[in-house]
Design a binder for this molecule. Sequence first.
Ligand SMILES: Cc1ncc(COP(=O)(O)O)c(C=O)c1O
Length: 401
Amino acid sequence: MASQSRSALMAALRPTAATLPTSGISTVFAHGLGKPGLIPLWAGEGDMPTPAFISEAASKALLGGETFYTYQRGLPRLREALAAYHARHYKRAFSPDNFFVTGGGMQAIQLAFQMTVGTGDEVLVPTPSWPNFRGAVETTGAKTVSVPMRLERDGWVLDLDRLFAAVTPRTRAIVINSPANPSGWTASQRDLAAILDFTRKHGLWIIADEIYGQFYFGGGRAQSMLAPSLQHLIEADDRVLFAQTFSKNWAMTGWRIGWLQAPVALASTIENHVQYNTSGVAAFMQRGAIAALDEGDAFLRTQVVRARQGMDIVTKALAPLNSVRYVAPAGAFYAFFGIDGMTDSLTAALRLIDEANVGLAPGTAFGEGAEPYFRVCFLRSPEQLNEAMQRLSRWIVTQHS
Ligand SMILES: Cc1ncc(COP(=O)(O)O)c(C=O)c1O
């Protein structure tokens, strides 16, 4: 009876709603959650809470009565702080009118797709990729077309000829997530220029996800250094929408606040979309976000140093293992590696929980070509990470002895 009514209800939904993919990490999460002594490295977040100066700014605003409806685009003061943050880091001028406050990076992505694609359209997504791109595209009725990258001696490579060859008359947008989750692939400035040039010629949108742009190790230095960016290349009317977030830079994953950066000409359209999706982000949270932008550069630097240390710990553990295919990532805060002889990463990740008490995200969550790989989040305390990597290395070695 229950299952019959479920199938009747499902059949009554819009087809794209019923067929949305389930997150590929949830099986592992459900298997490991609450297991005593387990070290979970499966999530895309660090282990530090939001710094007090940010939480205090939000609490003060909440207690001070900032509990009413507010601007759809975001507080003017926050949009000014966003323009100043971008100008400071990217060394060019930005207008507050380029910025729209959203419910996390995820909602910025959702809005970007809602405005650019729909039923019958195609969106190119280089894989391995964060699964939410596909999920967000499919909620609109459009389809993603995967463009698999390959792991070479120096890291993951996106073949631009292959990317451009995947364009069909139905293609409307290309997702460029650089530095990438989960692979750490980071586009060069030259690649970004070629992609922008191509999209200009073909009238395509770029959905640019540079949320890990501050976590860049390509230059080899531990201090904050920005990854190559489309920000240096875009003109006012380019068809580029940036999804951004407070989540990673300032340890604010649970807040659900981010921003969309778009051409000023789209302002009222974006405002309408915010109105009909969420009607804006809580004003008191925006006060916390202002503190993050105005006073958070030092905390951001500590996050980047911590990620760099984490990467070194993971690299030291994985690089000597002959059976492991791993190249240290150029950016973001994930190690993405394969183990010889293991093609089903989901089964292996479940075994790793039972046998080594370490939780990893299986590559099966990250799309075409990612199935045999595993993702480790290394924005964690050195003690915890060292212990987890020892457990993981021992487990890998026993599989091959
Ligand atoms: C590539 C990428 N984009 C966007 C997001 C979304 O971040 P949030 O919705 O937490 O702001 C994430 C989170 O893991 C991500 O990895």
